[in-house]
Design a protein around this ligand. Structure first.
Ligand code: RTP
Ligand code: MG
Length: 140
């Protein structure tokens, strides 16, 4: 297995409940290392651009509003097999279907307010990291 980087967002439902540390602790305990992190308030352009693949989905408008509803923490995570490892510790999109021990099972409020985002492939991880970070902001 290779050392990979993946992209994570701690979503507004989590920052609102002061869970940035709790989420990060679960990521770290899963073997992931935070190599870049910043707290931002997404603009409409950022939220629409980031979730552009979902533009035609019925939940797109609500999702964009939710992602702009409060601060988020964008992070680059590094580790062995980081993309899959992060998806595993996140749990299923709908917390009702998430397994015990996952972030969404433990902390998520709903299918929309589901606490974390994680890249779904190595290819998308690179695109998403470049969307939010300059190379010099990432310190491995
Ligand atoms: P993410 O992209 O945020 O890591 O989550 P994911 O891969 O598990 O889920 P995805 O299918 O990519 O959906 C992106 C986000 O849209 C919201 N969503 N709402 N109301 C709904 O039916 C619905 N379905 C998805 C969630 O916030 C989901 O994480
Ligand atoms: Mg997704």
């Amino acid at each position: 297995m290779a050392l990979q980087r993946t992209f994570s967002i701690i979503k507004p439902d989590a920052t609102r409940r002061n869970l940035t540390g709790a989420v990060t602790k679960m990521l770290e305990e899963a073997g992931l290392r935070v190599v870049a992190s910043k707290r931002i308030h997404m603009t409409k352009e950022q939220a629409e651009g980031f979730y552009g693949v979902h533009r035609e989905r019925p939940f797109f408008g609500d999702l964009v509003s939710f992602m702009m509803s409060g601060p988020v923490v964008v992070q680059v995570l590094e580790g062995e097999d980081a993309v899959a490892k992060n998806r595993e510790v996140m749990g299923a999109t709908n917390p009702a279907n998430a397994e015990e021990g996952t972030i969404r099972k433990a902390l998520a409020e709903s299918i929309e307010a589901n606490t974390v985002h994680g890249s779904d492939s190595l290819e998308n991880a690179k695109i998403e990291i470049d969307f939010f970070f300059k190379p010099e902001e990432i310190v491995g």
